[in-house]
Design a protein around this ligand. Structure first.
Ligand code: NAD
Length: 351
């Protein structure tokens, strides 16, 4: 196994690992550990080149620094990527080699699940390093993050309603959810329990049919769903859904959902603001999962009660984001970045 360093300005450590025996070709980026060790998931994707993988790992690890800073997890930002086709490359030997690579960071980087990585893969990683979180509940870990992400979204939406209408009451408020998978499906149920009128859409017709028959949700076709009138539009499927084509079509008062990277470009946060639509920045409202997993690293280990208390603070954090956006006359995206950067700068000053 060969580990080599890649010098990148503004990053604490970026390294590559090649292991001929298992076929591992991976990168780990630690962006910033001012607030604590860098936590971020591991993904495996068939990147066409190492440059493409490097671009992804740098972008994602930086994003984790901001996400953890604003969610106050006491952690920094990092990420890892394995280059290759998951279906053919994945093996216990590959993940054990990846564990040795993670271990080389001596706890400065802590890994977790991300795209195409499951709990059995993480268990193999865990054989060669202790720096892994998000294993099964049975193993004393925090388990599946999705219900916690959904709960965080509900708390975030309460802050959205308060900002819009001066009241956090969900009754009669219409919420359109795109993507009713692990997070969106749970979110739909939680919102219905709180009295919201939930409308769902998903490209998976079977999922929609099941949700309709089980919970009586109204549904709309995914094509053209942006035009549906609602109080909150909640993207819980894929990224880049907020763009030049969709924003002018929106008939909502706010956008608040779990999907990562909802804005195609940063300027779309300004476009939403100009259209009078309140945007809950994705990485702020969808932090429930990372907050939950971060509790594993506290003294005494994972405690659900502690996790829920921390997740519920998403309400206060978003309220602060909206306030900064209002008083400074900037987009909520810029307001969230401003708060995260201030927190990092203050911690750096304190040493
Ligand atoms: P999931 O795969 O369980 O669910 C996604 C759902 O969206 C599926 O039902 C799928 O059919 C549907 N979908 C996909 N493309 C669609 C499209 N173009 N139009 C309509 N529906 C579409 O995923 P998930 O775990 O629920 O995550 C949803 C989003 O939230 C993702 O962007 C994910 O990155 C993000 N997120 C998830 C978590 C978590 O804890 N799971 C945490 C943070 C962010």
């Amino acid at each position: 196994m060969e580990i080599s360093e890649i010098q990148v300005d503004g990053y604490e450590r970026v390294a590559r690992c090649r292991d001929a025996e298992s076929g591992l070709h991976a990168l780990i980026a630690v962006h910033d550990t001012t607030l604590g060790p860098a936590l971020g998931g591991m993904r495996i994707l068939p990147y066409v080149s190492e440059d493409e993988a490097l671009f992804d790992v740098l972008r994602l690890s930086r994003g984790m620094t901001y996400k953890s800073a604003i969610a106050q997890t006491g952690l920094g930002g990092g990420k890892s990527v394995i280059i290759g086709e998951p279906k053919t490359l994945k093996s216990p030997a590959l993940f054990r080699a990846m564990g040795r690579f993670v271990d080389d960071f001596k706890g400065k980087y802590i890994t977790a699940e991300d795209m195409n990585i499951g709990i059995p893969d993480l268990e193999a990683v865990h054989e060669t390093t202790k720096w892994v979180v998000g294993l099964s509940r049975e193993a004393g870990s925090s388990g599946n993050p999705s219900p916690y992400t959904a709960r965080g979204c509900v708390e975030g939406m309460r802050a959205v309603l308060k900002e819009l209408y001066g009241s956090e009451d969900f009754s009669g408020r219409r919420v359109l959810i795109q993507g009713v998978g692990a997070v969106g499906g749970r979110l739909a149920v939680l919102l219905k329990e709180r009295g919201a009128e939930v409308v769902i859409c998903d490209i998976n017709e079977e999922v929609v049919a099941n949700m309709r028959s089980e919970h009586g949700f109204e549904s709309v076709k995914d094509v053209g769903h942006h035009k549906v009138e609602c109080d909150i539009y909640s993207p819980c499927a894929r990224g880049a859904g907020l763009n030049d084509d969709t924003i002018p079509a929106l008939r909502c008062k706010a956008v608040a959902g779990s999907a990562n990277n909802q804005l195609l470009e940063p300027k779309h946060a300004d476009d939403l603001r100009a259209a009078g639509i309140l945007y809950a920045p994705d990485y702020v409202i969808n932090a429930g999962g990372i907050i939950n997993v971060s509790v594993e690293l506290l003294k005494g280990g994972y405690d659900e009660k502690v996790a829920l208390e921390k997740i519920d603070r998403i309400y206060d954090i978003l309220t602060q984001v909206f306030e900064v956006s209002r008083t400074k006359g900037i987009s909520t995206r810029d307001a969230a970045a401003h708060i995260a950067e201030l927190r990092l700068a203050n911690a750096k000053k304190k040493g």
